[in-house]
Every structure is written in structure tokens, then in C-alpha cells.
Write a protein that binds this ligand. Structure first.
Ligand code: DQA
Length: 138
């Protein structure tokens, strides 16, 4: 069975409560339960941290033995050379996802340190962005 992990960065623990007009009103745990029930042929692990170094540590930990990483580095996408380097350093393919269309928002969200080293990028489909990323491993 293929092993995937969803890694969420800062403030994504507040999904469901945080700016629901942008990010929707479903909590990530509710969404994750639905996804796990739907894609039973994958093992889908989940990790969230608000701390940049913990996200890097997790990428190192999974990056040589998982089949895929689905990464929403949230605000660190736009600032973190360290996370970009970690994505480049590991062997497991990384799909970058964003819930909102970052290109229709502020200019600082148009830059990504993850994209150059990602296998693919899925942006702007709400929580469905994660599901589309999972489907890419089918
Ligand atoms: C986000 C977009 C980022 O710009 C923002 O900082 C987030 C969430 C998204 O999924 O739409 O926290 O990554």
C-alpha cells in the first residue's frame, strides 16, 4: 500500500475557524476523515506544525521512505528557503497545495520557495486541492 503524508504549515490548525470566507468552514480533521474513508488503498498520515524547523524535520523523516508528500507550507511557502531546500534534498515527490488561489491575493503570496522543487502544484480549489494531489498518486 502506498504511503502518503499531508504536511500542513502554520495556522492551518485553525481551518474551519480561520477566515472561513477564504479557507472554508470545514475543520481539517473532518476533511481528513472523509479523505481517509474514500482513499482506503493509501495510508494517509497527517502532520501539522506552526514551527518551521519541525516542518523541515518531518520532511527529512518521511522524505526517503514515503511514496508522496502533499505539502501546504502555508505562509512559510513565501518565506522559507529552508523548507525549499528540504523539498529539494529529499527523494519522495512533493506536491505543493494551497487552498486559496494565492495568485489572486497579495503580491507576497505570488512567490513560492517550494514550487521549483515540487513535482507539481495545485492551487485554489479549496480543500479539494488536497484531494486532487492524492489522486495524482493513483
Ligand atoms: C495558504 C496560502 C498562504 O498564502 C497562506 O499564508 C496560508 C494558506 C493556502 O492554503 O491558501 O496560510 O497556503
Amino acid at each position: 500500500m502506498k504511503k502518503l503524508i499531508i504536511i500542513n504549515g502554520p495556522n492551518l490548525n485553525l481551518l474551519g475557524k480561520r477566515e472561513p470566507n477564504i479557507y472554508g468552514s470545514l475543520s481539517f480533521t473532518e476533511f481528513l476523515d472523509e479523505i481517509k474513508a474514500k482513499y482506503t488503498h493509501f495510508t494517509i498520515d497527517y502532520f501539522q506544525s506552526n514551527i518551521e524547523g519541525e516542518l523541515i524535520d518531518k520532511l527529512h523523516e518521511v522524505g526517503f521512505n514515503y511514496d508522496g508528500v502533499i505539502l501546504n507550507a502555508a505562509a512559510y511557502t513565501h518565506t522559507s528557503i529552508g523548507i525549499g531546500d528540504a523539498v529539494s534534498a529529499i527523494e519522495t515527490p512533493v506536491i505543493e497545495v494551497h487552498i486559496s488561489n494565492t495568485f489572486s491575493r497579495e503580491d507576497f503570496r505570488h512567490v513560492s520557495y517550494v514550487s521549483p522543487n515540487a513535482k507539481g502544484v495545485i492551487i485554489g480549489f479549496g480543500l479539494q486541492s488536497y484531494e486532487l494531489a492524492i489522486q495524482s498518486f493513483l
